[in-house]
Design a protein. Sequence first.
Lengths: 102, 226
Amino acid sequence: MSEAWLVVALVGGATVAIKAIGPVLLGGRPLPGRVQSVVGLLAPAVLAALVVTSVLASGRDLVLDERLIGIGAAVVALVFRAPILVVVVAAAVATATARALL
Amino acid sequence: MSSERSEPNEPGLSFGGGARAVLPLTIAVAGFGISYGLLARSAGFPPLAAVVMSGTTFAGSAQFASASILEAGGAVASAVTAAILLNARYGPIGVTVAPVIGGGFWRRFLTAQLVVDESWAVASRGDGTFDRGRLVGAGLLLYAAWTSSTAVGALGGGFLGDPNVLGLDAAFPALFLALLWPQFRTRRALAAALLGAATAVALVPVAPPGVPIVSAGVACLVGWRR
């Protein structure tokens, strides 16, 4: 088996298992009260972590680049209560424009 | 915590709602799917292997990381470790959606595979509960876009060029921020978001990619226990 197929099998198998474990073991039942109150905070914490890492991280480096201008445009759109489509497009257009000009 | 929402929760409606919510992102997802297909080919993946990886792993960052490591001449073990660290967040994320994923073993198992950052984010009701229809609608659309665009890239479709030139990489944080925005109204959620963001930024320079995001989740758990 080639290295590529080995990676496909190992990463695919591990990811399928990681994604399945919660729903397979706990699926269809309400979470215990204490767990549920943690889960309510997990979403904002992980979403915020995804925002900052996808704007600032480049591998293990923290960089300030055109993505920051894109997220700035998204914030402006959100302040003006724009729909999500407008927020997403504003971020992409601002980033692309900055990359073309800077 | 009450989860009262005025909008109807019929499965058909929320299924379409989830698909519509991620529709603007499918262009970005397809752009990165094509570039993943191209990268996988240059890392020595046969086209079928690239598509099988998108169909089973179905997680962009882990796929890019493992293919980049192989392409740079890295070991299989490092490629696999990097990808697993990047996907570790799907353990806790799976627990958060478990209450709405019911049915028999295979139904739970397969529905769980549709969970990716974007489908999870649009399915979140903002109070710790999730909408199964939106999760499945968004997940299926993203799955179709990701696997088919991987095939296009792996079969040599480099016509789109670099998706970063189009600013498509900025579309993902913009979506996550837009979904996070309404949650800033409650102090607890705002505190969790700030703690999560601070934890992730602090760990980026010192931990392998993926670890900062999982740790952000753990930090909010520790904060809550105090």
